[in-house]
Ligand binder design. Structure first.
Ligand code: 0O2
Length: 224
């Protein structure tokens, strides 16, 4: 089969690990783990749309960390550049971002996901209840999920980030700031972003209240 430019790039970078094939295999396994989690989330979304006529999430974005970012993170943290080291030391090679309309749906989906008996919750960081000082809000889970390969079962780690649409909008702008050097008026931008984070939090709460009000009316009508 003809190799794509992307294949060639991954092979070249993976040579740094002195073991191109195991590295490529490992990336394939992380992709499989992402698919497993995505399927679980889509199943929950389908169930809620049929049973309760609503979708708990709006969209899902998934990514496998690029080989360059894997190398950079391992080096920065002083770890070996091996496939074993990737699995032992990095928990965000496979990443899924779940974008919801309402904060309640974030906690509901996260709970339903970790309740499933093949999932093990390794770590939870609740930056919604406890936002970062810059204003960043999201719920992060690191989960262990088995994938079933021809040679047997393998446990993989996946990072799942849950955010509202508004939190995602904020985080993508903040991300640009974090990766751009030499920005003028950095202090003003940081303060402005912090203030926007508070406004967004307020809007998320108000949207949630509106939904409660609409749902309460719907329930009252059913009882009439
Ligand atoms: P990228 O490019 O998005 O992948 P740990 O893994 O627990 O040892 P880490 O990696 O700091 O430490 O974990 P944490 O705090 O859970 O953050 C992981 C990811 O959350 C980041 O990945 C970002 O995607 C996101 N994140 C965390 N803090 C912020 C923030 O202040 N602003 C924005 N926009 N995103 C944030 P990466 O690898 O840093 O980046």
């Amino acid at each position: 089969m003809k190799k794509t430019e992307e294949d060639i790039r991954v092979i070249n970078v993976s040579k740094i690990f002195n073991e191109a094939e195991p590295f490529i295999n490992l990336m394939m396994q992380y992709r499989c783990a992402v698919r497993e989690i995505e399927t679980k989330l889509y199943v929950l979304n389908d169930e809620y749309s049929v049973r309760f006529a609503r979708n708990p999430f709006e969209s899902i974005k998934s990514r496998i960390k690029s080989p360059e970012s894997i190398i950079e993170k391992l080096k920065r943290r002083g770890y070996e550049l091996t496939t074993e080291s990737i699995q032992e030391n990095l928990t965000d090679v496979a990443g899924i971002r779940v974008i919801c309309s309402f904060v309640d749906d974030i906690y509901m989906l996260a709970e339903k996901l970790v309740q499933q008996d093949d999932i093990i919750l390794i770590k939870k960081k609740d930056y919604i209840r406890y936002p970062k000082t810059n204003g960043y809000r999201s719920l992060h889970l690191i989960v262990d999920i088995p994938i079933f390969l021809s040679e047997g079962k393998k446990h993989m780690k996946v990072e799942v980030q849950f955010r509202t649409i508004a939190m995602d909008f904020w985080a993508s702008l903040d991300h640009k700031l974090r990766y751009k050097k030499d920005i003028d008026n950095q202090d003003i931008i940081v303060e402005e972003l912090k203030s926007c984070a508070e406004t967004i939090n307020d809007i998320d709460c108000r949207m949630q209240q509106i939904r409660y009000m609409i749902e309460a009316q719907g329930n009252a009508k059913k009882l009439e």
